[in-house]
Design a protein around this ligand. Structure first.
Ligand SMILES: *Cc1c(COP(=O)(O)O)cnc(C)c1O
Length: 392
């Protein structure tokens, strides 16, 4: 298979549902922070498949783990035991909340599992979410994603969601004896990288404790080392009762997980939930290899250092009003807008892969194995692209 971009665009036009706004580039290979297109041009990737390639493209240890497991056993199903899933559950639980794990194939499915767990924990209970949240596109996850444009065409949604401002007082006021769970992203991702104030997370923790509701963190984007600690919650000193993972967990393979603390570990019982592919040996072997790479204090410290270097450099670029985020999960707010155009120029003219989360916001999610030289290279390319934008 070696079809060029034009042919792929024709195939998409004729046969693929038009749900994505794709950039006009076809990638054929990746290594570390570099991608190559169908004409052999190299690109510097500062998006990492939206925080999926945290270990970089085709990390040798992940490739080897996948190759080895795929050659031995690709699937047996959850009616039987396979070792990678059991080992991965042990590793995730022991390295985080200490309870148990339910595996899924995606982020949205991990959120669905969390919602089912919350409702089983407190029957018919409400789920409290905040404005600016993104939890996925399936019905339950979409119902937890209070964005008019995403929800409106698909009404009616799942009932029982309460939406409040991401403020401590609002969260406190929304939580009552009827609340099953408060679901929060410690750093909101899809809506433009907004770290929730620690006071909001603390208020949610206290409110949940006072009524026996579950505090659930969605770490699908901000987990897996992205913010400079393996889990984002480690930096804010607020420990949730459960968290959802996906994106970076499989190093490029689809896998998600709901991880609980001890208190909620027994809520889901035989027959309550399931998934044919989830916890399969290949995806779990990949995730174990990913954790070997990312759960490394030296790498995580570098994420924090390089995050600061990138943030400082971006802050000095023409047209940038402010930079926010944690670790290598950053966004630049542009004074005059034009983020999609800047992203397009960076890609086409400078071969730098980025993403705009809105008209004024450029998102940076480089692989966590990025080097200082690559950070400086990206800043240089961005400076050129910004100059081009200014020059029109
Ligand atoms: C991407 C994302 C999801 C959805 O994950 P999918 O794998 O696309 O279903 C949910 N929550 C957060 C915070 C995300 O960033």
């Amino acid at each position: 298979m070696s079809s060029g971009l034009a042919e792929l665009q024709r195939l998409e036009r004729e046969h693929v549902m038009a749900t994505y706004a794709r950039q006009p580039v076809a990638f054929v290979r990746g290594e570390g922070c570099t991608l190559w297109d169908d004409e052999g041009r190299d690109y510097l990737d500062f998006l990492a498949g939206i925080s999926v390639l945290n270990v970089g493209h085709s990390h040798p240890a992940v490739v080897e783990a996948v190759r080895e497991q795929a050659g031995r056993l690709m699937h047996a199903g959850n009616l039987f035991y396979t070792e990678p899933g059991m080992r991965l559950a042990e590793r995730l639980a022991e390295r985080s909340l200490g309870g148990k794990v339910f595996f899924t194939n995606s982020g949205a499915e991990a959120v669905e599992a969390a919602l089912k767990l919350a409702r089983k924990h407190r029957p018919r209970g409400e789920i409290v979410v905040v404005h600016g949240a993104f939890h996925g596109r399936t019905y339950g996850a979409l119902s937890a994603t209070p964005q008019e444009s995403k929800q409106a065409p698909f009404a009616p949604l799942v009932p029982g969601f309460v939406v409040v401002a991401p403020e401590a007082a609002a969260v406190r006021a929304a939580v009552s004896e009827r609340t099953a769970a408060v679901l929060l992203e410690p750093v909101q991702g899809e809506t433009g990288i907004h770290p929730l104030p620690i006071g909001v997370l603390q208020a949610a923790r206290e409110a949940c404790d006072s009524v026996g509701a579950a505090l659930i963190f969605d770490e699908i984007q901000c987990g897996m080392g992205r913010t400079g600690t393996l889990w984002a919650y480690e930096q804010v000193g607020v420990v949730p009762d459960a968290m959802t993972l996906a994106k970076g967990l499989g190093g490029g393979l689809p896998i998600g997980a709901l991880v609980t603390g001890r208190a909620l570990a027994g809520v889901l019982e035989p027959g309550d939930h399931g998934s044919t592919f989830a916890g399969g040996p290949v995806a779990c072997a990949a995730a174990l290899a990913v954790l070997d790479v990312l759960d490394d204090p030296a790498l995580l410290e570098r994420v924090r250092e390089l995050g600061e270097r990138l943030a400082e450099g971006v802050r000095e670029l023409p047209g940038v009003a402010s930079v926010r985020g944690r670790g290598l999960m950053l966004a630049a707010e542009l004074a005059e807008g034009g983020a999609p155009e800047l992203v397009r120029r960076a890609l086409v003219e400078e071969r730098l892969v980025l993403n705009a989360t809105g008209p004024t916001t450029v998102r940076f999610l480089p692989p966590l194995v990025v080097s200082e030289a690559e950070v400086d290279d990206a800043l240089g390319r961005l400076r050129s692209a910004a100059g081009l934008s200014v020059a029109g």
